[in-house]
Design a protein around this ligand. Structure first.
Ligand code: IPM
Ligand code: MG
Length: 358
């Protein structure tokens, strides 16, 4: 029997609660498929800082590199907001992404029919939305040098090299080939030199994918179009900071940021995590929505482990739970038949995952 080694990084805030539910669901699907999981818990974020003085201990990097995939919850919280930048939980996460070389962050935004009323937009605008933000994750202004600040001046540098753009563009086009073959590349080429290079290189790479239709859009317009008519988009290819912002915006199409998963992939080990944060304000109350993390576990099965049947089971089970009217607090006002806790939602999805085939 196959045995997959999964690095579990629960992190801070609601991280532990939501990861526990994803593990419950993973174990449930493993029980009906021909594989098993072996988990190793590793520390990252504020909890790692508290124990070791470092938000990203070397052991976490090593353990992750020795795994088949990393399932990650969330990090951060007010408690650590006043630490020097390099000790902050967020710095740990950024270094982690860089160490693992996960340059492509895939953030699908899908609107479940059952939740069209949960979006802040009109149902006819969001019904049927199915898009994928492909965000460059280890370059751009998050990592550019020089950077710094003194009392009167702060600065960061947005820099992309040709190679960095080429590899993320290939990811986007490859993904588009499995979807409806449209890529919209988002930049600020009317103002930024780095964006003009981005646009030129993406256009060159596009020549290798003649079946894919490429368009370009300025990021301000894209932010507007995403709300005006989100169905015009299939794959949205963009740099680090624009992708950070647009993917939060896209999450609202689906009604709750607690629904959206992500995969961060590169040439080595992939990291699978919900797009939401650690939500310290609701931590420990059992009201967090575990669906984004469970859905990230499904992406892990699909992309890292090639266990598509198991991933289909999870996707179908999430859908079934929503169809049956089970809702966590965040979605309580939207056609709920039963309000459930974080752990109840995990158990419901785990049970359906065992019964569902596709
Ligand atoms: C995300 C988060 C992170 C980011 C933070 C926590 C560093 O917002 O994954 O989108 O900005 O990338
Ligand atoms: Mg973000």
């Amino acid at each position: 029997m196959k045995n997959y080694r999964i690095a579990l990084i629960k992190g801070d805030g609601i991280g532990p609660e939501i990861i526990d539910e994803a593990v419950k669901v993973l174990d449930a699907v493993a029980s009906c498929e021909d594989f098993d999981f072996q988990y190793e818990e590793l520390l990252m974020g504020g909890c790692a800082y508290d124990v070791t003085g470092d938000p990203l201990p070397q052991e976490t990097i090593n353990g992750s590199m020795n795994s088949d995939a990393v399932l990650f919850g969330a990090i951060g919280g007010e408690k650590w907001d006043n630490l020097p930048r390099e000790k902050r939980p967020e710095s740990g996460l950024l270094r982690f992404r860089k160490e693992l070389g996960v340059y492509a962050n895939l953030r699908p935004a899908v609107v479940y029919d059952e939740l069209v009323n949960a979006s802040s937009l009109k149902p006819e605008i969001v019904q049927g939305v199915d898009l994928m933000v492909v965000r460059e994750l280890i370059g751009g202004i998050y990592f550019g040098e020089p950077k710094g600040r003194d009392e009167n001046r702060g600065f960061n540098t947005m820099v992309y090299t040709r190679d960095e753009i080429v590899r993320i563009a290939h990811q986007a086009f490859k993904i588009a080939m499995t979807r409806s073959k449209r890529v919209c590349s988002i930049d600020k080429a009317n103002v930024l030199d780095v964006s003009q290079l981005w646009r030129d290189v993406v256009t060159e790479v596009a020549a290798e994918y003649p079946e894919v239709e490429l368009s370009h859009m300025y990021v301000d317009n894209a932010a507007m179009q995403l709300i005006r008519d989100p169905k015009q988009f299939d794959v949205m290819l963009t740099g680090n900071i624009f992708g950070d912002i647009l993917s939060d915006e896209a999450s609202m199409l689906s009604g709750s940021i607690g629904l959206l998963p992500s995969a961060s992939v590169g040439s080595k080990i992939g990291v699978y995590e919900p797009i939401h944060g650690s939500a310290p304000d609701i931590a420990g109350q059992g009201i967090a929505n575990p669906i984004a993390t469970i859905s990230s576990a499904s992406m892990m099965l699909r992309y890292a482990l090639n266990e598509n049947d198991a991933a289909d089971r999870i996707d179908a089970a999430i859908k079934q739970a929503l169809v049956e009217g089970y809702r966590t607090q965040d979605l309580a006002q939207f056609d709920a038949k039963e309000i459930c806790s974080t752990s109840e939602m995990g158990s419901i999805i785990a049970n359906y995952a065992v019964k569902c085939t596709k």
